[in-house]
Design a protein around this ligand. Structure first.
Ligand SMILES: O=P(O)(O)OC[C@H]1O[C@](O)(CO)[C@@H](O)[C@@H]1O
Length: 394
């Protein structure tokens, strides 16, 4: 049988397997995430907006029903059409590969992506809440607690840029910024914040890459819908730039600090105006498919990525999609585990920055797994990270 979403190259991770982290996410984490979204909607109800409130209450009821479906281990049902362009492909994948499966027997990758897509369908199918982001409040709170690091980095980037102009310590700076970008992703919004600092850290890194002259353009691939709580949407991106210039938000910052933030945002906005930063989005990123299917399912996106000198994948979900979220031996070479993305014609050079938050690691040296012990929580604790590279096949 060919490799497909129900038949990954190695046995799939499934929530039904009580030994794996997938099980914990399906039995606890998903419900926490939905409950927080329900709380956010409840807090957004406003006494004067009767129609909107009624709809909000219906959304909350549908989300509660979603929790019940998970707890009862119901079969996965088609996603209600919400008019978004990916709905047909989603339901095709469901019917083709997971028709009689439930939340626990389907592959973890499919079931988890399906959960986030179901949430968005509930919200989109309304009049007053269509563009509501059920995770925005967590993202905003996360940003607030990163306040001092944000200010610190706006000052530091200026210094980095001037030291770069003197061509000092390039390698060290690159290494440090890549690490900030990597560890900014160490936690999850269901536990601790990551959006606030993660996106900011990634933009600081992109800024330096442009300023250093190492790259002339950066494509930032964002999500077309709210996704896995902390993932960045276009609204998040705009909000970040606006908020960095918001004197009220940063009211306790000194004048010098405010000026450094303003300078930073002005530069970032000029990158957008001058097409040095290109913000782009594709529904493939919020599809249930592993990146093994990138070329087949999103040929134009794949062709665009192939033009890049380096494609950087950030985060745990991207890693799971790169390696097909299955039970590889930890010593499996990274390039083997990413399959076609390493060896298809024109495959681009690719770098993965990932802190471990799920049950899959590849590319480890012999003996490393043994050293880390039989308790497999090291894989998903967020304590360990991998930086892995494939030179592609140009
Ligand atoms: O934001 P990231 O790093 O992609 O993390 C998402 C990951 O977090 C988890 O939800 C587990 O905490 C995984 O299911 C998923 O792979």
């Amino acid at each position: 049988m060919s490799v497909n979403p129900a038949n990954p190259p190695r046995p799939a991770l499934r929530a039904a397997d009580q030994e794996v982290f997938a099980h914990i996410t399906a039995t606890h984490r998903w419900q926490d995430i939905i409950n927080k979204a329900i709380d956010n909607i409840r807090d957004s109800l406003h006494f004067s907006e009767i129609d909107k409130n009624e709809e909000g209450k219906k959304i909350m009821a549908s989300m509660e029903e979603l929790i019940n479906q998970i707890q009862r281990k119901d079969k996965l049902i088609p996603i209600e059409d919400d008019g978004r362009p990916d709905i047909i492909s989603w339901n095709d994948a469901l019917n083709t590969y997971f028709k009689d499966e439930n939340w626990f027997t389907a592959t973890w990758l499919f079931a988890e992506c399906y959960l986030y897509r179901r949430i968005i369908s509930i919200i989109t199918n309304t009049k007053h809440w269509q563009n509501y982001d059920p995770y925005f409040r967590q993202k905003e709170d996360a940003f607030r607690v990163s306040f001092s690091s944000i200010i610190e980095f706006s000052k530091r980037i200026d210094e980095l840029i001037s030291s770069q102009k003197l061509k000092i310590n390039d390698r060290i700076i690159f290494y440090e910024l890549a690490q900030i970008s990597l560890w900014g992703n160490a936690t999850d919004l269901s536990m601790l914040p990551n959006f606030g600092f993660e996106l900011y850290g990634d933009l600081i890194f992109s800024d330096w890459l442009i300023q250093s002259g190492y790259v002339s353009q950066v494509y930032l691939h964002i999500k077309p819908i709210p996704w896995f709580v902390s993932d960045t949407t276009l609204d998040d991106f705009k909000w970040l730039l606006k908020t960095l210039k918001n004197n009220d938000f940063f009211s306790s910052a000194s004048e010098i600090e405010k000026r450094s933030l303003e300078k930073l945002v002005d530069r970032w906005q000029s990158y957008i105006t001058n097409s040095k930063w290109i913000i782009t989005s594709d529904f493939f990123w919020t599809s249930p498919y592993s990146f093994w299917h990138l070329e087949e399912k999103a040929p134009e996106l794949y062709a665009d990525l192939c033009k890049s000198h380096l494609v950087i994948f950030k985060g745990d979900l991207n890693y799971r999609k790169l390696v097909y979220d299955c039970k590889w031996e930890t010593v499996t070479p990274f390039k083997k585990a990413i399959g076609p993305l390493a060896n298809s014609k024109n495959a681009p050079p690719l770098l993965s920055l990932r802190t471990g938050k799920s049950d899959v690691f590849v590319g480890l040296d012999d003996g490393v797994e043994k050293k880390l012990g039989s308790d497999k929580s090291w894989m998903y604790s967020g304590k360990y990270a991998v930086i892995q590279f494939s030179e592609g096949n140009k």
